[in-house]
Design a protein. Sequence first.
Length: 288
Amino acid sequence: MQEVIYVDVLVVLNLFISYFLLLATSFSMKENVKKLRLFIGAFLGGIYSLVVFLPEMGFVFNVLSRISAGALIVFASFGFKTFRRFLRLLLTFVMITFLFAGLMIGLWIIFRPRGMVINNSSVYFQISLPLLVVSTAVCYIISKLVIKFLHRNKPQKTICRIKIVNFDETLEGSAMLDTGNTLSEGFSGYPVVICTYDFIKNIIPAESENFFRGNVNALDAIADENWRKKLRVVSFHTVSDTGLMPAFQPDKLIIDNMQETDKVYIGVMSRKKYINESFDMLLNPNLF
């Protein structure tokens, strides 16, 4: 017997599912995003579900179609800041989407529920709206618990001791782990930690003061080529401000005398004397 598919139910159902998948993506990637943008992305996901009416595309075309649609949905939901960030969001969203599709196919194979149709990775089944809302919420809570379990080794300590080594100069201070700091350098993708010029000035060459004071065009005037190679200009976006931040790659950043890395950039805020009376730097959780 041929199943009857109602377009309105199909679109609304996949809108709810897409919203849940986008929430899981934002939670997994620790992205703060407006719910309206997630709804717009979820709406595109609902529209994409109409591929259920197309002939079976096959695995390769199905994957390419899903990735293309996913790129549009991720762009609508999270915007585009850096290519690395966008790619990580897209891969996470596609992975979660295929995981969900796999679970639905497994459910269909095992139980063969009435009124359930799967085609081109799009899911349709007859379900009441209240049950859909409740089941979506339960799935979201379960996914948050799973992701929280996977992130259980993330550091719980918020204030750390840090040591910065640059050209044989060493600077020590304190830093706060800021979960809202997801800033990364655009080319390398390395996380960016943030401090003020007054904190960092004693371990960087004096000729770069104009650059770190906010005149990013002064980069070309720096004579030391080895030092200039360490310098970058990082674009940033906050709720209240958007701009360019001077940054440099230190020889080492040591955290609590335990973790050591050079895969990091130190962004310098030129407009503030200090970040906070209790600490000198904001750490990026992606360091861990």
